[in-house]
Design a protein around this ligand. Sequence first.
Ligand code: GLC
Ligand code: GLC
Length: 660
Amino acid sequence: MIGSSENGEYDDISFKADLTLDRLQPRLAEVWQQQGIDAAKLRTFDARLRTHWHPLFQLLYRLYGTRYDFFYHIEQVLLTAAKAFANRPDELSALDRHRTNEPDWFQSEKIVGGALYVDLFAENLSKAGQHVQYFKRLGLTYLHLMPLFAVRPGNNDGGYAISNYRSVDPRLGTIDDLRQLANDLRHAGISLVLDFVFNHTADDHEWAQRAQAGDRAYQEFYYIFPDRRLPEQYERTLREIFPTVRRGNFTWHDGMESWVWTTFNSFQWDLNYSNPAVFRAMLEEMYFLANMGVDILRVDAVAFIWKRMGTSCENLPEAHWLIQAYNHLARIATPGLLFKSEAIVHPDEVVKYISEEECQISYNPTLMALLWESLATRRTDLLVQTLGHRYKLPENTSWVNYLRCHDDIGWTFDDQDAAEIGIRAFDHRQFLNDFYTGQFPGSFARGIPFQENHQTGDMRISGTMASLAGLEQAVEEDDEQKKDLAIRRMMLLHGITLSIGGIPLLYLGEEWGMLNDYDFALDPAKAGDSRWIHRPKMQWEYLDELDDHIASGNGSIRSRIFKSTQRLIELRKSLPAFAGQSMGLVSTSNPHILGYLRTHDGHRMVVLANFSEQPQQIGGNKLRTAGLGRFFKDVIQEKTYLTSEPVLLEPYQILWLDRV
Ligand code: GLC
Ligand code: GLC
């Protein structure tokens, strides 16, 4: 346990921590003098250091304590933190104070997120900045801009192959444009989320270039092997993330005549965090982003950042220590900054990244996958079985609930959860893949395979929300009834992520029911990666269409989707019961209906969601125990119900029930 003194080790390390800090005081004093820091600010820094120095020291000691140069590195780490603190713009320091006093600020019912690609949405950063009104109109208060930094030429994995963390891709603008946008968003009450792509750099990042030029210090930034001996030993226990791109996890480099560890694409070189110089180098990048005005860092590919022979090299304890160390450093210098975990792994592992000391918020891949699972099966058993023991999170942390994102859907539920209700996981995943690629008889979905691995039978799914929910098929067949069902499915899913507890996150395009974009296959840099099918370009003419229909009163499908989504968002923001994270399942005795109770600060709401295209009902008395009283009303349709009568749900209907 960090910070406990149960063992002698603590006292020894504690002593070393104090000694190091004492020794560093004159160096710190230099920083304060150079930067002209006043006494009040110094007290703030000291107070934070008092809280975080010991646990930070202990983590770094565990990671790097056996190195001869450990004390040098830790001193540099602290000086870096001091400089970042000194350089923090006043406006951000004010935000730090505010958020430290209100550590659950992101759990408000008023928070709603959106994610987008700057180029696909608005061409570039300055044009994106002109759309703040659009974000507000939709009700967004949190905006994730997909990676927008300088990237390697050619394929760059949608921005995730970064060649410089401090300059923006010139096609999108400049670092000043980004700073400007961060300011504009902040003033509009919208938090900015950017990626912290710290597992790997592009092969043309300066560090990688120096490594290629033979610089030993930079070769140690990566995992580089002269022959296949070690790679082959590692390979025995590794899985493959992009098996259709390249088999194995290592890439031969001609110039260096060596093998490089590349978990993702061959041009994304994994960083070697067993080298403290790498930890420090990325710390500088983290502070740079924080001080530019980023509110939340999406900690990319977090599961992969530590490797150990004989393991899967995913989710190792050291990966957690590294994030915790970065977290303490953020608390010291830039405490307004939050971490969002992107661990798309087994649900047991996902939660381990979530705590106030590590990542305060996290994608909820299990809920995402299971909502699609329930749509396919029309049953909620696996969802209920899973939510029942996996939804709860520690205090002051939150799920980020999403339906689609720029990545694929993987069926990351737990096999044992499935077994307990008689589902064979392997077969079920095959069924889901068949269903979502439209192969299963009667399927409404139009997804396509991603990274099909014939050896393991593994496969993930690409496709937009609307195409997966049946809209593409319905439009093609020009079938009004199917269109209606598809839209109902989409609203059902939004209705859940907007109410179940946590930060709801829209992937922009969803608000218009954007369909798959098959043209990606024409671009050689994209053709090999089917995820591009669900990364369509924003069509601004839709907005005119929307305004036209407001005037004339008859809505197209797109306007209907936009307005329904917008309305649900607005409604969520008016319901304090939807704040926070506490969620209790309500037994509905109907396998097609999911039911849960949300309570917060004395407010309560019950949500009922019908996953079938048939009308369903539950006994009103099922809701008596949920404490709604004798009468209650659905705030979506504004209809009143009685506990003494059965509650009838239309196909795919979702009810947000409040007391009358
Ligand atoms: C993350 C991103 C994904 C990318 C990968 C490698 O998982 O979401 O798009 O391919 O990291 O950076
Ligand atoms: C795997 C990784 C995740 C990445 C995804 C890309 O699921 O765990 O980090 O985003 O692959 O497909």
